[in-house]
Design a protein around this ligand. Structure first.
Ligand code: GDP
Length: 195
């Protein structure tokens, strides 16, 4: 769908560095190690596209990718890094808040949840932030292949219950495995359908 036309555009460290708000954009957020880079790579059909955002120094940037000429895909840094200095975390949170509440063309956030762990307190934090910024968000369960099919329903129930408490949450979940390719076509179609 987007293959061959996906490019890294830039890493943004301040609001005045954002590209022109001239197309629909979606952002991806998730705890560090949730499988975000793998998912973005699977989604875009590029092997190492999202790796840049994981390299040191890049972790506090909002990373922009172009999906053809119709969309921006925005990779938000993984949260939950306790090691980061307080000043760095605070600067980042200010930028994140400014971005989420000020970006007119941001259509949807995808919040990644590890299928093994369900919704954790740090995930709740980002969800509250999205609620207060009135950004519609959708949960994407990652690494589904690591959980046996008969054990998944319990996690899905916990995630659905958590989402029900958030006014900005979209009720539908997407279950994915970047490893096996499950849910990738579905997620790609969802992104492509966002205008
Ligand atoms: P990020 O920190 O959120 O960008 O996470 P990564 O994409 O770097 O993935 C973290 C780890 O989980 C890596 O070792 C990946 O190989 C592994 N991983 C990511 N997605 C999947 C998946 O769908 N299935 C399995 N089994 N492992 C995965």
């Amino acid at each position: 769908l987007f293959a061959g036309q996906v490019e890294f555009l830039k890493g943004v460290v301040a609001m005045d560095g954002l590209p022109p708000a001239d197309r629909a954009e979606v952002c991806f957020a998730g705890r560090s190690n949730v499988g975000k880079s793998s998912l973005i790579n699977a989604l875009t059909g590029r092997k190492a596209l999202a790796r840049a955002s994981n390299t040191p120094g890049r972790t506090q940037e909002i990373n922009y990718f172009t999906l053809g000429e119709s969309h921006y895909l925005v990779d938000l840094p993984g949260y939950g890094y306790a090691e980061a200095p307080v000043a760095v975390v605070e600067k980042w949170q200010r930028l994140l808040k400014a971005y989420l509440s000020g970006r007119q063309t941001l259509r949807r956030a995808f919040v990644l949840i590890d299928t093994r762990h369900g919704v954790k307190p740090v995930d709740e934090e980002i969800m509250r932030l999205l609620d207060s910024a009135a950004v519609t968000f959708q949960a994407v369960l990652t690494k589904a292949d690591k959980v046996r099919e008969q054990d998944r329903e319990k996690v899905l129930e916990q995630v659905r219950a958590a989402l029900a408490r958030h006014p900005a949450a979209f009720p539908d979940l997407v279950l994915t495995s970047s490893e096996k390719g499950d849910g990738i076509t579905t997620l790609r179609a969802i992104v492509a359908g966002i205008a």
